[in-house]
Design a protein around this ligand. Structure first.
Ligand code: AR6
Length: 189
């Protein structure tokens, strides 16, 4: 199956890598690592998490259960890696973003950590391309523009700190409105 042609996309070269925002579905991405917006149980849920387990199949959940048995729950700001089952990727990195509680409960630091820990797991696995959904902006209610600023700033910091690690960092917007916000933040930074 060839990769979806994006209805909309926008990109910037950062060092040797491409920072790209696309309008699409996270489960349709052909990359080395797909990031999941998981919860601490690692045992599945709705939104991105539901779509990844539905499309990727039972091997992903089995690997998550093994991680749970070995190391317990995954705290907000942390990330773990599993195989990607039937997704068009080598691995899924499951990260847990913060629940938005008004912004004074450490949410920005936890969101930054969710992105940087995801990059760390992907680097350890030798990934050159990675696709992120907008972590915490659905069920966890993080304001979308604020979250997008954290996401893109963390990606730029990652590419500066590890200039040879990645060829492409992709952010997948699920609606035209969300895509516009990503594009504005990408072009404004
Ligand atoms: N592709 C790309 N983006 C998507 C997709 C998709 N298929 N589906 C939703 N989005 P959410 P969270 C967008 O709720 O806020 C789960 O139950 C969506 O519009 O998936 O981190 C977990 O198990 C939103 O902008 O993740 C946790 O319990 C963004 O992805 C909890 O939700 C994230 O929405 C995690 O909540």
């Amino acid at each position: 199956m060839s990769e979806t042609q994006y209805e909309r996309e926008s990109s910037r070269e950062v060092g040797g890598a491409t920072l790209r925002v696309v309008l699409g579905n996270i489960v349709g991405q052909h990359v080395d690592v797909i990031v999941n917006a998981a919860n601490s149980s690692l045992l599945g849920g709705g939104g991105v998490d539901g779509a990844i387990h539905r499309t990727g199949g039972p091997d992903i959940l089995e690997a998550c259960r093994a991680i749970r048995a070995r190391q317990g729950k995954c705290a907000p700001g942390q990330a773990v890696i599993t195989p990607a089952g039937r997704l068009h990727a080598e691995h899924v990195v499951h990260t847990v973003g913060p629940v938005w509680r008004g912004g004074e409960s450490g949410e920005p630091d936890l969101l930054r950590s969710a992105y940087s820990e995801s990059f760390a797991r992907a680097r350890e696995a030798g990934a050159r391309t990675i696709a992120f959904p907008s972590i915490s902006t659905g069920a966890y209610r993080y304001p979308f523009r604020d979250a997008t600023e954290v996401a893109l700033a963390t990606a730029r910091a990652e590419l500066a700190a590890h200039p040879d690690a990645f060829d492409e960092v992709r952010f997948v917007a699920f609606s035209a409105r969300d895509f516009m916000i990503y594009q504005e933040v990408l072009e404004g930074t």
